[in-house]
Design a protein around this ligand. Sequence first.
Ligand code: AMP
Ligand code: GLY
Length: 429
Amino acid sequence: MSTDILVVGGGGREHTLAWRLARSPSAGRVFVAPGNGGVDADPRLERLDVRDVDIDGILHAAVDLQVGLVVVGPEAPLAEGLADRLAGVGIPCFGPTSAGARLEASKHFAKGFMDRHGIPTARWAAFSALEPALAWLDAVDFPVVVKASGLAAGKGVLIPDGPEETRAALRRVLVDRDFGDAGDEVVLEERLTGPEVSVLAFTDGQRYAMMPPAQDHKRALEGDLGPNTGGMGAYAPAPVATPALLRQIEAEVIAPTLRGLAAEGAPYRGVLYAGVMLTPDGPRVLEFNCRFGDPETQALVPLLDGDLAEIMLACATGALDPARVTWREGSAATVVLASQGYPGPYRKGFPITGVNQADALDGVEVFQAGTRFEGGQLVTSGGRVLAVTGRGATLREALQRAYAGARCIDFEGRTFRRDIGWRALTQEP
Ligand code: AMP
Ligand code: GLY
């Protein structure tokens, strides 16, 4: 029996998920709301003009279309309770309830949760008033990272240098309210060092299946310089997370987090994503996300061997068989093509050429993000425009393919990092 599916979201992550779902043996029709130009261009996908944060609109579409599964890409609708509402009308949802989504939506909650369940993380404190926060800063003898506790579209983390800058960062969150309501509370935490790895797992709340470890590239410029972005590229598997380290992260982070959520009455279904820093003292959780990463998804999903629709429905209905989640040999890498100026202000509406040529290359897949059709022409409509994924026997081969694809595609002001995967390449023979 095939399942009709509604994918919620309009970025590169959602195009990737929808692309793979539409090619899953157990999937029926695949709808995407609101989707993007890549969804419009794929005859196997059907785009709906409903925004991802329009919870009522999504709910009505899911009921009207009688889909058997809703897959939620971004965090905001989950934090707003989309999964809870879908449960109310009996539609399985891949993505946690709002209680589970607090792991991402409230950094204060996440830190307290990790302490309650013995999950390794940086030392921290949370405040909603300036004076006690300043007193805490005076009392600690380690460098500190300043985080808006709420959802801030990935921009709520400040990494100041020295006490002066730290106090200024604190004021930006609590006094200047640079992050709006997300800064009602601030989390101050010890600044750690080490390579970072994204560890994701499919889960039905009880059972889980680990994905290959991935690495994101958050900074805008080569050499990991410049401002933080949503992510400029990713690859998997990341060799820095050795099999032994991955087993340690599974045992110390993923398993106790799922047990802890269930014990606290918030059983969790969907993807659990731990952003982990590999410090000299062992792995430490920097953050949890309650969804797939973007652009990690563009590298991970092409490596999946199993039937994504079947896996997601099993997660959503409490019936995951981890043995059904299998992965291909080799590596995948994805390179994000962005608009000139991103993550700052940028212009939109530039015609995009070369997508079909890139897609036709062996081992190359183009996933679209900030694109749309205007009078039959594909044009840019966002900061991150497309992601080009290459797959190969080695990371080097995957990167060669991704870059060969990236070079086929052009639009005015196109920028991309030429050094995706550099950390791992220095380790690969
Ligand atoms: P987050 O959104 O919490 O993952 O933070 C975004 C980025 O800030 C991370 O990917 C890290 O590079 C950095 N970061 C977050 N927390 C810390 C920390 N405690 N120490 C050092 N860097 C951090
Ligand atoms: N790539 C990081 C994230 O999706 O949060």
